[in-house]
Ligand binder design. Structure first.
Ligand SMILES: [Zn+2]
Length: 194
């Protein structure tokens, strides 16, 4: 099976170096469709996205059976559930970037800005908290995501999905940027001279 794990490693380093993920948090996966079989390449558990080596990337099938060695991310269920229902999705990033996650830990919603998706609703979709790695989180995530490309997980982080990993990487950066912009504009409006 020919899977380009270098793409995952590069994106992991980019996300880490841009401050979008830290410690050993976050997970990335891609789907490779070959004949009738979907193979998912996913980052492992307990290794920083900044330190990944090709042999660390775990290959699984859609049922979650591990095809190589290693322990897949604890959010494997969430990734698989999304691939199961979204045939258009071939890459997923889940991270806890500081500004977007700050919103997720507050009652404030992140406004949609022009640049991705259709502007049908004013805020990014979000779902209530479920424990990380749980089946409940996986189930709520696919319901909340619907046909969207971004989902805010309250009291946790964000999920971005798309056709390819580079596209999803820029989407993740974009979500963090709009959260930062909204935060800055809110703070400035609080301190404006009367
Ligand atoms: Zn998480």
């Amino acid at each position: 099976m020919d899977v380009n794990v270098e793409d995952i490693i590069n994106v992991g380093k980019n996300l880490y170096n841009q401050g979008l993920v830290s410690g050993k948090a976050g997970n990335i996966s891609i789907r490779v469709k070959k004949d009738d079989i979907d193979v998912i390449a996913i980052t492992p558990t307990f290794i920083s996205l900044n330190d990944l080596k090709p042999e660390d990337i775990v290959l699984v099938d859609l049922k979650g059976d591990v095809l190589t060695k290693g322990n897949p991310s604890s959010e494997l269920k969430m990734h698989l559930s999304i691939y199961e229902v979204r045939d258009d999705v071939n890459a997923i990033i889940h991270i806890h970037p500081p500004y977007a996650t700050g919103f997720a830990f507050s009652s404030k919603k992140i406004k949609r800005l022009e640049g991705f998706g259709k502007i049908g609703i004013p805020f990014l979709e979000e779902i209530d908290y479920e424990p990380p790695g749980s089946s409940k989180l996986a189930k709520k995530a696919i319901e909340g995501l619907g046909n969207e490309d971004v989902l805010i997980l309250k009291h946790h982080g964000i999920i971005c999905v798309g056709d390819n990993i580079k596209e999803v990487e820029s989407l993740a950066k974009f979500v963090e940027d709009i959260a930062k912009t909204q935060f800055v504009s809110h703070m400035l409006s609080l301190t404006e001279d009367i």
